[in-house]
Design a protein around this ligand. Structure first.
Ligand code: ARG
Ligand code: ASP
Length: 715
């Protein structure tokens, strides 16, 4: 009995340790496959990725550059998040057809809406090309030369490695430049909108619930990929045909339990899991807090204006969401990194690393890495902070500065690339800028500006400030800029860009708003950027060697995965509750009941459509309900990040059980430091998706296309 308990404990420790990581699908054989099987997976790695026969990777395209989707029918039907399809849905919307508010459903293929610009990219195969990329690099001495040689090799290989005419070659860097993989891809360009629930389902909870568990968002939308007669990618054409996929996911509505195996496939964007302690310390204490403070100021102003003026609410809703998304993530990240003592954990790892270096007799090669990091990060700290201030304030939050910065770049273009480049850019700017001013409110921006210019002048490192910002009176600068600059209106902007090049440059340089942007941008490019780039280049080199050393000195069994880089990955884990705080445990499932608990009639975040209320009251859940309830979302220990939105969540047999869309707030630090204790990804249950498509929207045509695996008979 005692032995048995010990054995159980051993198994438990093993299992809970085997969490986290975003793995390359072509390299799952071996350690990953056996871990996955230990966790409950019932299929083989070969069914996930194969070049010899169709496999799951053939059903997981990257969606629209920044998200993931999955193919769910043999007619090219794909599923992704509502927030991933958001701009495509918005672009189709007019005053008469407001698909964001009301939803959209194509009950026949002819009704599907072409969505210009939306693309779906599949991975055909993955090959290691490290040796070829590194050819002739080792003999070079300076880091800059090495980087250049690597880039040249990548360009040459991308052009010369074999592929079909309709495919692309892409070479991506893994393990901080210790491995290079070739991805042969196919990008479909005729993607049409098929279905989207109203925002009161697809964006339910909006920014208040964003990054938060328990969650009740039906975050999905449906599209279809169209191909030419040969099933190859083609630009939109009326006679394109539905894409015939090599593979599509069967959907299981059997339901899931805590501790069930789950895996997620998708295109995670960026993580930095192998930073040294000193870098993590700077994220926690310097960069995250500065960025949060800036966005905090912006968001408070926007919120105040949006609440009292509906027109402003419409103009600023999507800007608010964008600014709030990273802001809220950084707050969660800082808390999580502190609470999990990430810096101390990294220091411990580094002490052990240093021991291994000595034991391996590698001091000459690796002995100084950690002290190099210490030096580099101490040196870069102020430059990095000043850079954060510049990027946040000038390019992301104060709109007058952002639009002014575009003109600054235009003036730069004249001196670097000449008159023709200047004119071309000027024309693109003039055509596009109307969209910006349509959603621009001077009062809002003026209020944001006054706060941010004050933060910039008082909190960003003083030594790099342009002289105009030394000892400023924020109110005076604000009046000066906003009472005089032409940048505050579309007409003013057009006036500035009217005339020949010389006149334009003169007018720009006489404009109060432009003068300020120029002073800030000049100071940035003289005092900050060159030195930042120089130290950063050193850091990149140190990080590459550090990563090499970690790979070399770790045992074969160590779980070292490459940081996310927007390439196809597999992550796996279990459906699991978590304890965010002492005395609190979050269950891993939510139900439609929670929507009704959060319901605030008429509220822009928590309103609920009448039809959904009716279905709830009648408990009319069809085949999708479970024990009288409608399952809605669930969490698991899959290691995901931005870009994984829309990723398929799969069960032990590889059936689709949900759609990834977020992470829990306490665990957003997983981008820097994954902890199986509190890091959870959030998925919408596929049963809720089907319930909305079938019962709410009555789009049976779509249900018919899918392959649904059930224990019960339908309806
Ligand atoms: N937090 C999720 C992600 O990072 C969802 C963002 C979209 N939703 C929102 N309310 N901003 O992308
Ligand atoms: N919401 C994110 C996305 O859009 C996913 C995440 O960061 O967990 O990709």
């Amino acid at each position: 009995m005692k032995f048995f308990r010990l054995l159980l404990l051993f198994v438990f420790v093993q299992v809970s340790a085997q969490q986290g990581g975003m793995w390359i699908p072509s390299l799952l054989n071996g350690m990953n496959e056996s871990e996955m099987k230990n966790l409950g997976m019932k299929i083989s790695a070969d069914e996930i990725y194969s070049v010899n026969h169709s496999s799951m990777k053939d059903a997981v395209p990257q969606f629209d550059g920044g998200c993931t989707a999955e193919v769910i029918s043999d007619k090219g039907l794909i599923l992704t998040n509502h927030h991933c399809g958001y701009s495509a849905i918005q672009k189709q919307s007019t005053v008469e057809h407001d698909y964001l508010t009301d939803g959209f459903w194509a009950y026949k293929m002819q009704d599907e809406l072409p969505s210009a610009g939306v693309v779906a990219m599949f991975v055909v195969r993955i090959e290691d090309v490290t040796t070829k990329v590194m050819e002739g690099v080792a003999s070079l001495s300076s880091e800059a030369e090495k980087q250049k040689k690597i880039q040249d090799n990548i360009t040459a290989l991308t052009n010369s490695l074999p592929k079909e005419a309709w495919q692309e070659n892409k070479i991506k860097n893994f393990y901080d430049g210790n491995q290079y993989l070739l991805f042969v891809t196919e990008t479909y360009k005729d993607v049409r909108l098929v279905g989207a629930p109203p925002s009161s389902i697809g964006k339910f909870g909006s920014d208040t619930d964003n990054w938060v568990w328990p969650r009740h968002t039906g975050d999905f939308s449906l599209f279809r990929i169209y191909a030419d007669k040969n099933n190859h990618p083609a630009a939109y054409a009326a006679d394109n045909v539905p894409y015939k996929p090599k593979y599509f996911f069967p959907i299981s509505i059997k339901g899931i339990k805590e501790n069930d195996f789950t895996m997620v496939m998708g295109y995670p964007g960026t993580t930095t899991e192998y930073l040294p302690a000193v870098a993590v310390e700077q994220i926690v204490n310097t960069s995250d807090p500065a960025k949060v403070e800036i966005r905090d100021a912006t968001l408070k102003v926007l919120d105040r204006f949006m609440r009292k003026d509906n027109a402003i609410k419409i103009q600023y809703a999507s800007k608010y969401s964008r600014i709030a998304n990273a802001w809220k993530k950084w707050i969660g990240e800082t808390k999580g990194l502190k609470k999990s003592n990430a810096v101390a954990a990294k220091q411990k790892f580094e002490a052990a690393f240093q021991d291994k270096v000595i034991k391996a007799g590698k001091q000459a090669e690796y002995g100084n890495l950690l002290s190099d990091f210490e030096k580099n990060y101490a040196e870069i700290k102020d430059y990095a902070l000043a850079r954060d201030y510049f990027n946040e304030v000038v390019t992301r939050n104060a709109e007058i500065l952002s639009v002014g910065y575009k003109l600054y770049q235009l003036e730069q273009l004249l001196s670097t690339k000449g008159e023709q480049a200047f004119t071309d850019r000027k024309n693109t700017l003039s055509t596009g800028i109307g969209d910006f001013y349509k959603d621009y409110n001077v009062e809002v921006d003026r209020t944001v500006f006054e706060q941010l210019i004050n933060l910039y002048a008082t909190k960003s490192p003083k030594q790099f400030l342009p002289s105009v910002l030394n000892s400023i009176d924020a109110t005076k600068v604000t009046t000066d800029v906003f009472d005089n600059s032409k940048l505050t209106s579309l007409n003013g902007f057009k006036e500035l860009l009217d005339g020949d090049t010389k006149t334009i440059i003169e007018k720009l340089n006489n404009d109060k708003g432009y003068q300020l942007v120029k002073a800030m941008a000049d100071a940035y490019s003289k005092n900050i950027a060159p030195k930042y780039d120089e130290i950063n280049l050193r850091n990149i080199a140190t990080q590459r060697t550090y990563m090499k050393a970690i790979l070399e000195l770790s045992p074969k069994s160590a779980r070292i995965f490459p940081d996310a880089n927007s390439t196809l990955r597999v992550t796996y884990g279990k459906v699991k509750s978590y304890k965010p705080n002492d005395g609190v445990t979050y269950e891993p499932f939510t139900y439609l009941d929670g929507v009704m608990e959060k319901y605030i009639p008429g509220d822009y975040e928590f309103d609920v459509p009448q039809k959904l209320i009716d279905l709830y009251n009648q408990k009319d859940y069809g085949a999708y309900g479970s024990k009288g309830k409608m399952p809605l979302a669930f969490i698991a220990t899959n290691h995901t990040t931005g870009g994984n939105s829309g990723s398929p969540a799969l069960d032990a047999k590889g059936n689709l059980i949900g759609l990834n869309f977020d992470r829990v707030w306490e665990g957003t630090m997983s981008d820097v430091f994954y902890s199986p204790e509190i890091c959870r990804n959030i998925m919408v249950d596929i049963r809720y998706v089907l319930f909305v498509v079938d019962k709410f929207a009555g789009a049976e045509n779509l249900i018919q296309e899918m392959k649904i695996i059930s224990t019960k008979r339908k309806r």
